[in-house]
Write a protein that binds this ligand. Structure first.
Ligand SMILES: C[S@@+](CC[C@H](N)C(=O)[O-])C[C@H]1O[C@@H](n2cnc3c(N)ncnc32)[C@H](O)[C@@H]1O
Length: 317
């Protein structure tokens, strides 16, 4: 997709997500050759609209009209391109704990969770979140971290197993105890929907009481090393949510092979059609944005859902 088209598509997504500022900015970038040229000076993998707009704000551009952002970008082009070279999309979306909890509920505990592409590790607490959806509540119902999920299909009575260990692997882990890292996580959220910012703040407070063990490393090359840190007394579960899209195609298969070489379960909530090793969903009950991602346990699809895990359709069988 051409860069301008990516920004145009992102404008539609930002509008739907309740961020008129980002929608206006993204439309503005898409239609402005001078600004597009600045973005094109950044490494190819760093030109994602959400990363570009977040980096502008990180460097001081405040939400406002497109004309003001345009002037800001043209006046700070070198600084912006340099910072884009150092940053990547690390949005840590606690809402994805909901699909994760439903997959884990099919397993016996205690489990040792190892999240690949963990960012700050905020999805490593599926047992400490209160969930509500499909007429049910589950998880830690007294938790301050509350997630609503629009779920249809056979929810049953999910019981999230005990989590005995929380580990993560990331190329560039963020530290929940570091205020700068938390500020970057906040900046990665589009301005507008304040509920996401509030959820992030509550999840950070909770994680700060028992920070996860995060290791710097690559999803493929370092998986076995980090898996070996998990206690053998708990069942190891490798988790990947919204991460494998950032691996080049060949590396995705190598990641699946590396997981299969471990004595572990594997929960994935990844873009549909991304992984050959996640079985096909025959006659999908939903399409479009509600079938953006597939929730799978050991490669067997359990549900279809949106990008953030807020709308889920559980599959029968
Ligand atoms: C969009 S974030 C997703 C974070 C979290 N899984 C979630 O759903 O909220 C993707 C994360 O994957 C990490 N990442 C990208 N490529 C990676 C790789 N090859 N190995 C390990 N981590 C990687 C990034 O640094 C980033 O923190």
């Amino acid at each position: 997709m051409q860069l301008a088209d990516r920004f145009r598509a992102y404008a539609v997504a930002a509008e739907a997500e309740g961020s008129p500022v980002y929608a206006e900015w993204a439309r503005g970038v898409a239609g402005d050759d001078d600004v597009l040229r600045v973005v094109e000076a950044a490494p190819e993998a760093r030109r994602q609209p959400v990363l570009v707009l977040a980096t502008c704000r990180w460097l001081g551009a405040s939400p406002g009209p497109w004309s003001r952002l345009r002037e800001w970008v043209l006046g700070h082009a070198a600084e912006l391109v340099a910072e884009l070279g150092r940053r990547s999309v690390q949005t840590n979306d606690v809402r994805r704990s909901a699909p994760l909890s439903l997959a884990l509920a099919r397993l016996e505990g205690p489990v040792a969770l190892l999240e690949v592409g963990a960012s700050a590790g905020l999805c490593l607490y599926p047992d400490r979140v209160a969930y509500e959806g499909g007429g049910r509540t589950w998880g830690d119902v007294d938790s301050t971290v509350r997630v609503s999920v629009d779920v249809s299909g056979p929810v049953g009575r999910p019981v999230v197993p005990e989590v005995a260990w929380r580990g993560g692997l990331d190329l560039d882990p963020l530290d929940v105890l570091d205020d700068d890292d938390v500020a970057w996580l906040e900046t990665l959220l589009p301005p507008g929907p304040t509920d996401r910012t509030a959820l992030l703040a509550r999840a950070v407070s909770m994680a700060r009481t028992a920070p996860p063990r995060l290791e710097r490393g690559d999803a493929v090359d370092d998986l076995a090393r980090v898996a070996a840190l998990a206690p053998p007394s708990a069942r190891l579960v490798v988790v990947s949510t919204g991460t494998l899209v950032y691996l080049p195609g060949r590396r995705r298969q190598q990641f699946v092979d590396a997981v299969r070489a471990l004595d572990a379960h594997w929960v994935s909530y990844e873009r549909a059609d991304l992984l050959h090793d996640v079985g096909p969903v025959v006659d999908p009950p939903v399409t479009g944005p509600d079938a953006f991602a597939v929730l799978a346990l050991d490669g067997e699809p359990i549900a279809l859902g949106d990008a953030h895990g807020t709308r889920l359709t559980l599959l029968h069988g």
